[in-house]
Design a protein around this ligand. Structure first.
Ligand SMILES: [Zn+2]
Length: 163
C-alpha cells in the first residue's frame, strides 16, 4: 500500500483493530519515508453473482433499499433495517464463500424480515418468490401464522421457565 502523501511503497503498521464485529480490519500505518500516518481497511471479499452472471460487491445498503420498499407504511425504522442487513450479511458470510448467487441473498433476507414485520415479509416474499395467485398468499399467510404462533409459544414457555 503506497503512502498517499509521498507515494513511498513501504509503510509500518502502528495499530490494527477489528471493526464491524470482526468483518473488517482497520490498520493505522506510518510511512517509512515521510513519517506521515494513514489508515487502510481490509474487508473479506464477498461477491454476489447476479442471474445474468455478472458479479458485484455485496452491499448492506442494497439489502436495506430492497427491504425498505417492502416496509413502506410499516412501523419499521432505519435502525431495524440496518440491523436486518447486518444479520443478512453475517448469515451469508458464515457460509465462508467468496461468491454467492443473488437469490441466496433474498433467501437470507426472508427469515429476519419475517420476524421484523409480517406484512413487509409478505410483500417481499410475493415479489421474491413471484407469487402468481391468491392461493400463494394464502399458503404463505398460513405458514406465517404457524411460525408466529410457534414464536408466541416459545416465549410462553420461556416465561414459564423463569418461575
Ligand atoms: Zn510518505
Amino acid at each position: 500500500m503506497r503512502c498517499p502523501f509521498c507515494r513511498h511503497a513501504d509503510s509500518r503498521v502502528v495499530d490494527s483493530r477489528e471493526v464491524d464485529e470482526g468483518q473488517a480490519i482497520r490498520r493505522r500505518r506510518s510511512c517509512a519515508e515521510c513519517g506521515r500516518r494513514f489508515t487502510t481497511s481490509e474487508t473479506m471479499v464477498l461477491a454476489v453473482v447476479k442471474r445474468s452472471g455478472a458479479t458485484e460487491q455485496f452491499s448492506r445498503d442494497k439489502v436495506v433499499n430492497g427491504v425498505r420498499r417492502a416496509c413502506q407504511g410499516r412501523p419499521v425504522d432505519d435502525d431495524a433495517l440496518q440491523k436486518l442487513a447486518q444479520r443478512v450479511e453475517e448469515s451469508i458470510r458464515s457460509a465462508g464463500l467468496a461468491e454467492i448467487p443473488s437469490h441466496e441473498v433474498g433467501l437470507a433476507i426472508l427469515g429476519p424480515l419475517r420476524e421484523l414485520d409480517g406484512v413487509a415479509y409478505l410483500r417481499f416474499a410475493s415479489v421474491y418468490r413471484s407469487f402468481s395467485s391468491v392461493e400463494d398468499f394464502e399458503k404463505e399467510i398460513a405458514d406465517l401464522r404457524k411460525a408466529m404462533a410457534g414464536t408466541a409459544e416459545d416465549q410462553e414457555s420461556e416465561r414459564a421457565g423463569d418461575d
